[in-house]
Design a protein around this ligand. Structure first.
Ligand code: SF4
Length: 469
């Protein structure tokens, strides 16, 4: 029998899906690549509550799946980032609704549920579906507190989606409560994963030959703050991974995302500078370049502080790539405040910016505030910032033409005869396939550049693989 999982949203959800795969495969289920495979007996969604659109997609999927149930038995489940209001509705639509940290109980939930799924998901009169779910799915797990549950969840070894790139969760939840974000309400407060488990997972990935490892958390660089005095701090964890890299003698790159500017310290940057496996890449979210907007977002740092940290990043990590996240059209954002974000974009010269048009996230504090920047104006600000980004990044990529870059080759490119990959600074690279190998590092001579990416030809000691000089 087969299963199919649909993860929506961020890398954390994709990483969670890898552990869901492990559990289902331990029960003898095999993954179906095609959602319409007739042998599928279990279908699940890892939901994302970042925007209403993402939740609407969950409803779209389950309504379709429930129609198919008239033809054959099927168990459906949903987990991931789910707000209490959606959970109530999901309980009427899905067979199983469970928080991710009760995943170790999934086999029992499925066994208790059985394969003879009732066609009609309207609960029989007098049956409280939520209580039923707790009886079947969560009884043992509920005996544990949420901190212990997430630690049990992390102990599951993931079924990695790739043989060369892996995500390693190091922390769950967030204590920052930015007003536009629902994560503290869907994933709860910060819990740091035990460092010895993280180091064991990284060690095993390195031994298996993984080349790119990304440490994941909602607020990754506040790692250890919830266990002060008993657990490593984030810089100490990074140092231990750096040492592990030196001892292994293997080449691999370690990234981390997403950090919060308040928790980036010089100690961390100095550790990054000291160990070659720690990538020369910093994801440094700006969100807004205006102090008043930052305050309304509850980011709890000023532009002065951001500028100071950016100075430290560029000083301690020469040649570093810096990526950012920006929201345009936040509740109450004036033209003048937006212009401060444009100024910041020009000043900080990011290599990449993930720009989002603000939309209220149900469950987040700002969802109660007016969404008062018109759609057309958000679009205008979005495109204007996008243009600023390409103008700032293009010259740096052009300067790379003619240089040699180390690249990890990660997939097939859309263009025939080419692979795609990235540098240690996460600059996307199109690599001519001749002389390159999927899942391996190679040196490429950069032959052309676009504003946000470069193209290269593999080189070896005798010259370029395409035979050109
Ligand atoms: S730091 Fe802010 S944006 Fe990031 S997960 Fe926490 S609350 Fe959300």
């Amino acid at each position: 029998m087969k299963y199919h999982i649909v993860p929506f949203g961020c890398q954390m959800n994709r990483s969670d899906a890898e552990r869901v795969r492990t559990v289902l495969e331990s029960m003898g289920f095999v993954e179906a690549a095609d959602e319409n495979d007739p042998q599928i007996a279990i279908k699940g969604i890892i939901a994302c509550s970042v925007r209403q659109k993402a939740i609407d997609r969950v409803y779209g999927r389950i309504l379709k799946w429930n129609k198919a149930k008239a033809e054959k038995p099927l168990i459906t489940f949903v987990s991931g980032c789910v707000l209490p209001a959606d959970k109530k509705k999901f309980l009427k639509l899905f067979d199983l609704v469970f928080p991710m940290d009760t995943l170790p109980e999934l086999p029992q939930m499925i066994r208790d549920y059985g394969v003879a799924i009732p066609m009609n998901r309207n609960p029989p009169e007098g049956v409280d579906l939520q209580k039923e779910q707790l009886k079947t799915g969560g009884a043992a797990a509920l005996a544990l507190d949420s901190k212990n549950r997430i630690e049990e969840f992390w102990k599951l070894s993931p079924h990695y989606a790739s043989d060369w790139e892996a995500y390693v969760p190091i922390q769950n939840g967030c204590d920052k409560f930015c007003t536009y974000c629902a994560v503290p309400y869907t994933r709860g407060r910060e819990v740091s994963r035990p460092s010895q488990d993280i180091l064991a997972e990284v060690h095993s990935l390195v031994e298996k030959g993984y080349k790119s490892i990304t440490l994941l958390g909602q607020n990754v660089n506040s790692y250890g703050l919830d266990k002060k005095g008993e657990e490593k701090s984030f810089p100490q964890l990074m140092k231990a991974i750096g040492e592990l890299g030196m001892e292994s003698g293997k080449e691999f790159w370690v990234f981390f995302t997403s950090p919060h500017p308040r928790d980036i310290t010089n100690e961390l940057l100095e550790v990054m500078a000291a160990y070659p496996v720690l990538a020369n890449w910093v994801h440094f979210p700006l969100q807004s370049g205006d102090d008043e907007v930052l305050e309304r977002m509850n980011r709890r740092h000023s532009m002065e502080r951001y500028r100071e940290v950016m100075g430290d990043i560029r000083r301690i990590l020469p040649g570093v790539s810096v990526f950012t996240d920006i929201i345009v059209g936040f509740s109450g954002e004036t033209e003048e405040q937006f212009n401060h974000t444009v100024d910041a974009m020009r000043e900080f010269c990011y290599d990449m910016a993930f720009i989002a048009q603000y939309s209220p996230r149900p469950g987040a504090k700002s969802a109660d505030w007016p969404d008062d920047v018109p759609k057309a104006e958000k679009e205008r600000r979005f495109h204007l910032l996008g243009d600023e980004l390409t103008q700032a990044a293009a010259p740096r990529n052009l300067q790379r033409v003619g240089t040699i870059e180390r690249v990890l080759v990660t997939g097939k490119d859309r263009k025939d005869g080419y692979y795609s990959g990235y540098t240690q600074g996460r600059i996307p690279v199109r690599v001519s396939a001749q002389g390159a190998q999927l899942g391996e590092f190679c040196d490429v001579e950069v032959v052309s550049a676009r504003p946000l990416s470069i193209e290269g030809v593999p080189v070896h000691s005798g010259g370029r693989e395409d035979g050109n000089a």
